[in-house]
Design a protein around this ligand. Structure first.
Ligand SMILES: *[C@@H]1O[C@H](CO)[C@@H](O)[C@H](O)[C@H]1NC(C)=O
Ligand SMILES: *[C@@H]1O[C@H](CO)[C@@H](O)[C@H](O)[C@H]1NC(C)=O
Ligand SMILES: *[C@@H]1O[C@H](CO)[C@@H](O)[C@H](O)[C@H]1NC(C)=O
Ligand SMILES: *[C@@H]1O[C@H](CO)[C@@H](O)[C@H](O)[C@H]1NC(C)=O
Ligand SMILES: *[C@@H]1O[C@H](CO)[C@@H](O)[C@H](O)[C@H]1NC(C)=O
Length: 278
């Protein structure tokens, strides 16, 4: 049985050269940068993702399928005019890279322009494992924001200093929370209409998000928090029917406290192991 499965797996696997995998990794990040990322949000044939892609990001959760991953990976960092935490990616440098067969592992330092915080330039390190299909499309990716807790505190510090003239973390969190709540609720007003309405009024939306929902810790961007709804807010405009529930009171299966630490850490999510054959 084991040998049979192993043979099946070999047959389905493509061996790219190291240079090809390096090129695929760079091509992904070229398209991740703003404004190239705008072209990927709606992409089908030209998407970097396979139609049945599986994606996981440690600070949020798992994402199935091309449409969702396009909106998430490329739509989240694509509007310099809109309130956001990290803003837009403007440059990258791959500092660590190993690749074999159809799998690449990389550490990449991005430069983000935090456009909502007076264009503060901030480095962001992302570690990735990527598994490509025979067409060079991403079939699976597993991404980790390295030092994200520190990054979040750094961004909150910048927001406090630049927007609210305070160095007090608690005051910053309250005031930024109010601003985020207002922005998310305006998006709800603008896009979540008819059957997609989640809140009876903007005031009740703001009250729910600012007063009745916790802000969230650095690892809680996929839990029942304001930070989770801030992530999903950026996707609402692309497909309101899918994303409105995520910013609503229920969290629509994405901003919910459904899993413990151990559940998340031990979950077997991916179809294929990130282990090259042999
Ligand atoms: C994506 O498609 C939607 C509707 O199909 C359109 O409104 C939107 O402008 C498109 N976005 C981009 C970035 O092309
Ligand atoms: C950051 O983005 C803003 C708005 O797009 C732009 O005006 C500014 O030049 C950018 N700064 C850097 C360092 O990229
Ligand atoms: C940062 O930008 C905001 C407007 O976006 C402005 O009100 C504020 O004064 C700026 N802060 C500093 C310290 O320049
Ligand atoms: C910022 O706060 C300090 C005191 O904490 C005050 O002296 C200063 O005038 C404030 N600056 C602005 C622009 O409000
Ligand atoms: C949040 O709660 C405070 C105090 O309980 C209240 O004054 C404020 O109006 C509430 N905010 C909203 C947006 O309802």
């Amino acid at each position: 049985m084991y040998v049979f499965l192993q043979m099946l797996f070999v047959a389905a696997t493509v061996a790219f050269t190291f240079d090809e995998l390096w090129a695929l990794q760079n091509s992904l990040w070229d398209q991740f940068l703003y404004p190239a990322n705008l072209l990927q949000i709606n992409a089908t044939e030209s998407s970097v993702f396979a139609e049945n892609v599986q994606g996981r990001v440690d600070i949020t959760r798992t994402f199935d399928g091309r449409e969702l991953n396009n909106e998430y990976i490329f739509g989240l960092f694509s509007d310099p005019e809109h309130l956001s935490l990290v803003g837009i990616p403007t440059a990258y440098k791959i500092t660590q890279f190993a690749a074999n067969e159809n799998i690449a592992s990389a550490t990449t330092i991005f430069t983000f322009n935090a456009t909502s915080f007076n264009n503060t330039v901030v480095p962001v390190t992302i570690d990735t494992w990527i598994l490509f299909n025979a067409d060079g499309k991403i079939a699976q990716y597993d991404a980790t924001f390295r030092w994200f807790g520190w990054l979040l505190d750094t961004l909150l510090g910048a927001a406090g200093r630049l927007l609210f003239n305070t160095t007090d973390p608690a005051e910053t969190q309250t005031r930024l929370g109010d601003l985020l709540a207002d922005t998310i609720c305006q998006t709800h007003e603008d896009y979540c209409v008819g059957e997609n309405v989640q809140y009876p009024s903007k005031a009740e939306c703001v009250d729910f998000l600012a007063n009745k929902t916790r802000f969230g810790k650095a690892y809680e961007l996929g839990r029942n928090t304001l930070l989770c709804r801030e992530v999903h807010e950026h996707m609402v405009r692309h497909r309101p029917e899918v994303h409105c529930p995520h910013i609503g009171p229920t969290g629509g299966d994405y901003c919910v406290d459904d899993k413990t630490y151990a559940d998340v850490v031990t979950e077997i999510y991916f179809r294929e192991p990130f282990i090259p054959v042999g």
